[in-house]
Design a protein around this ligand. Structure first.
Ligand code: PTJ
Length: 241
């Protein structure tokens, strides 16, 4: 047990979630490495939701509310870190949930689906082997014909750059959460939330609830005002003040 008074309590609790994900067969072993990289950037960004991330969250909330067919793509790290929150997000928008993983494993896809259902999801889509998104070679190319394949906006936290780029080439808008403002995902996505998924998803839910009272033109204005490149520069400036 980690004592609450430990100065690194939040970080150690989050590590426990990832380790638990591995034990449950939800998270890939490579997820540990990805998490370590995320932690390093979180440390440099002050382990808080900075103003630039809040702007991205606002734009993401507006884009998700305006989407006609929004889909949330869930991998092994997301399922371990924020299972309840990601289900709540899907209900709040509302958006479909679809499992999509980089390191191929049918067993893990099913475990992630079961885990989301245990955490309140009513329906979770799985990728279909017959259906692929174009311009992509990895396992992430497989998509569900009722989910990512048809989606206009895809929310893909902790993504790899190849798929973010491929989804954009397929005409989709991509929203990601990535603590690394230098990653290809961050640069290729339509909206990048440079924050820890643990903090960003609850704030995104809260923002969507608030923005539900806005009309369409106000939401469009929020998106038009948003500049992802400017946001990434602000995140980098935050790391190298
Ligand atoms: O379950 P799978 O097979 O799909 O695998 C998932 C991982 C995350 C292992 C896979 O997609 C992967 O290898 O991702 P990458 O290319 O390492 O990218 C993950 C990105 O997420 C990196 O840029 C990290 O900095 C970032 N990251 C890691 N943990 C967090 C994070 N961003 C926000 N919050 C975090 N907690």
């Amino acid at each position: 047990m980690i004592p609450k008074t430990h100065p690194r309590y939040a970080s150690l609790k989050t590590r426990n979630l990832i380790a638990g994900g591995i034990r449950k067969g939800i998270t890939s072993m490579h997820g540990l490495i990805a998490h370590g990289r995320g932690e390093a950037f979180d440390y440099l960004l002050g382990e808080k939701t900075n103003s630039f991330a809040k702007k991205s969250i606002g734009a993401a909330a507006a884009m998700l509310l305006l989407a006609e067919k929004p889909v949330i793509s869930v991998n092994g790290n997301t399922a371990a870190l924020v299972p309840k929150e990601i289900v709540k997000l899907s209900e709040t928008i509302p958006a479909k949930l679809e499992v999509n993983i980089f390191h191929p494993s049918k067993k893990r896809e099913l475990k992630i689906k079961e885990h989301l259902i245990k955490n309140g999801a009513k329906n979770v889509l799985l990728p279909g082997k017959k259906y692929k998104i174009k311009f992509l070679e990895s396992n992430r190319k497989y998509a569900n014909p009722d989910g990512i394949l048809k989606a206009d906006v895809v929310f893909v936290p902790l993504e790899d750059g190849d798929r973010a780029e491929a989804l954009v080439k397929n005409g989709k808008k991509v929203i990601t959460i990535d603590l690394n403002p230098l990653s290809r995902t961050s640069r290729k996505a339509t909206i990048t939330i440079a924050d820890n998924i643990i903090r960003a998803v609850p704030l995104l839910i809260k923002t969507i609830k608030e923005y539900k009272k806005y009309n369409k033109s106000k939401l469009i204005k929020i998106i038009k005002k948003y500049d992802n490149e400017k946001m990434l520069k602000a995140a980098l400036a935050g790391i190298r003040p």
